[in-house]
Design a protein around this ligand. Structure first.
Ligand code: ATP
Ligand code: MG
Ligand code: MG
Ligand code: MG
Length: 475
């Protein structure tokens, strides 16, 4: 009697509707009118202005199933994909929100009721975390849920204090974890919540208690009407409800892996051998949803993050022995799995396939040559007993063969090597400067002598790149 992810999603939305919440559709992955944020990375993103008090809605309680991407920005889970059992670039976040309506007590009570009564999770396997000195939460958890004090863990600012930015609404949070048991413990001397980062302790749900306003000086003043923002990972909950080890074994991802198995004739294993399958399954979801929401592969900003994801997936197709465009054939599988919940991908299927295939074809033109070069470099390094691929080489792979930094890094890591990121970035900056100088030269040629002199007096502007894009949403 395993619960499907479709059922979990629907039960969540229905449960909170029954508690007076308005069901609001997911917002797109490209945040509307927010150039500071790369992608929607949490359910609260579409309600940011409401929390800030700049926008009013006709309701004070909302519930959503939100598409999220955590790649490329401050929240970047790209490197965990396929390694941990619980991280994706694209995932769904289920969340309930109170805009100055209910607060801690109800948020805790609702979460507990949903987990233990609607989903029937065993109470004795659940643990919670609180922010260091949030005594109110400490008391409420015990009072409302009966959870014993020894399963309430106090964590610091990094894990359990949330803020939207340097100033503005912020507050402590509480997270709910499930203990997967001794069998999944790690080798850390002390395997535990906040002590290690292993898959035994699966964080399921984050409850953010927005209760202060932070001013420029860093002073916290209580908000007149505190709010609630929560986020629960659907894939993680499906893992629990379907009694499997990894998110990749759930009904959301395993069918994509099965498609890859069918099309390649190779078998999937849940251990390291299955890594390429997991990366491909994860990345094809991200690509399908990003392209459906209007992002296309390019050399900058959001498009470049998409390109990095897509090219990384292409490289793993090659690891599986595929030398032809292949990823685009997986799009119908993604659409059949997710199209009911997100109809936009149904309408966009053909377009998405075309875009993916075009990028695959383009990258496959240079992939083999690039791989030859990398292996040459790797062999040289190994012969010399060196361990770092220098930045110039990494840059050449980028510039001539279209290898994004993290793709070269993947290959390097597979051989126990590292890449010189700083050297790569320096080479990149140099190239940008050159390109700019060349553009200026062309411009100068068309100018009068006087204009040229004036131009020389203008101080150069410094290109600071996309490092200045910051994420502000957490949950
Ligand atoms: P973790 O510590 O496991 O990386 P997080 O603390 O970064 O998770 P939150 O920002 O609290 O995650 O997001 C709320 C919920 O969203 C998490 O409790 C988890 O269930 C889910 N979630 C977060 N990141 C991912 C991801 N990369 N893939 C799948 N689910 C995720
Ligand atoms: Mg995280
Ligand atoms: Mg966490
Ligand atoms: Mg968290």
């Amino acid at each position: 009697n395993k619960m499907s992810s479709q059922e979990i999603r629907e039960k969540f939305l229905e449960f909170f509707e029954s508690k007076g919440h308005t069901r609001v559709p997911s917002s797109p992955l490209v945040p509307h009118g927010d150039p500071t944020l790369l992608f929607t990375n949490a359910g609260m993103v579409q309600f940011k202005d409401v929390f800030l008090g700049a926008k009013k809605l006709p309701y004070t309680r909302a519930v959503t199933a939100q598409k999220c991407v955590r790649a490329g920005g401050k929240h970047n889970d790209l490197e965990s994909v396929g390694k941990t059992a619980r991280h994706h670039t694209f995932f769904e976040m289920l969340g309930n929100f109170s805009f100055g309506d209910y607060f801690k007590r109800e948020a805790i009570a609702y979460a507990w009721e949903f987990l233990t009564e609607v989903l029937g999770l065993p109470k004795d396997k659940l643990w919670v975390t609180i922010y260091l000195d949030d005594e109110e939460a400490f008391q409420l958890w015990q009072e409302v849920t009966g959870i014993p004090a020894h399963r309430i863990v106090r964590l610091g600012e990094k894990d359990n204090f949330w803020s939207m930015g340097d100033t503005g609404p912020c507050g402590p949070c509480s997270e709910i974890f499930i203990d997967r048991g001794e069998e999944e413990r790690c080798d850390a001397p002390e395997c535990g919540i906040g002590k290690c980062d292993c898959d035994r302790w699966r964080e399921l749900w984050n409850l953010v208690f927005m209760q202060f306003n932070r001013d420029e000086k860093g002073n916290l003043t209580p908000l007149p009407k505190p709010s609630i923002d929560t986020g629960m990972g659907l894939e993680r909950m499906a893992t629990v409800m379907q009694g499997v080890y990894s998110n990749y074994d759930t009904d959301l991802l395993r069918p994509i892996i099965s498609s890859v198995e069918e099309k390649t004739g190779q078998r999937y294993f849940g251990d390291e051998r299955g890594f390429p399958f997991r990366v491909i399954a994860d990345h094809i979801r991200a690509c399908t949803f990003l392209i459906s929401d209007g992002v296309l592969p390019s050399n900058e900003g959001r498009g470049y993050v998409l390109r990095r994801i897509l090219r990384r997936a292409v490289r793993f197709c090659k690891v599986l022995g595929l030398e032809r465009p292949f990823l685009y054939e997986l799009v119908p599988t993604v659409v059949s799995l997710m199209g009911d919940a997100y109809p936009e991908i149904v309408n966009m299927q053909e377009y998405v396939q075309k875009a993916i295939k075009a990028e695959e074809e383009k990258f496959l033109e240079t992939l083999n040559e690039g791989i030859k070069l990398v292996y040459g470099i790797i062999n040289d390094l190994k012969n010399k007993g060196a361990t770092i691929i220098n930045g110039e080489d990494v840059f050449r792979l980028y510039d001539t063969y279209g290898f994004p930094l993290d793709l070269t890094e993947d290959i390097a890591n597979e051989h126990g090597l590292k890449v010189d990121r700083d050297g790569f970035n320096r080479a990149m900056d140099r190239q940008r400067e050159k390109a700019k100088a060349a553009r200026l030269e062309t411009l100068r040629d068309g100018l009068s002598e006087i204009a040229k002199e004036q131009l020389d007096e203008i101080p150069p502007t410094v290109f600071t790149g996309y490092n200045n894009l910051v994420d502000t949403g957490r949950v």
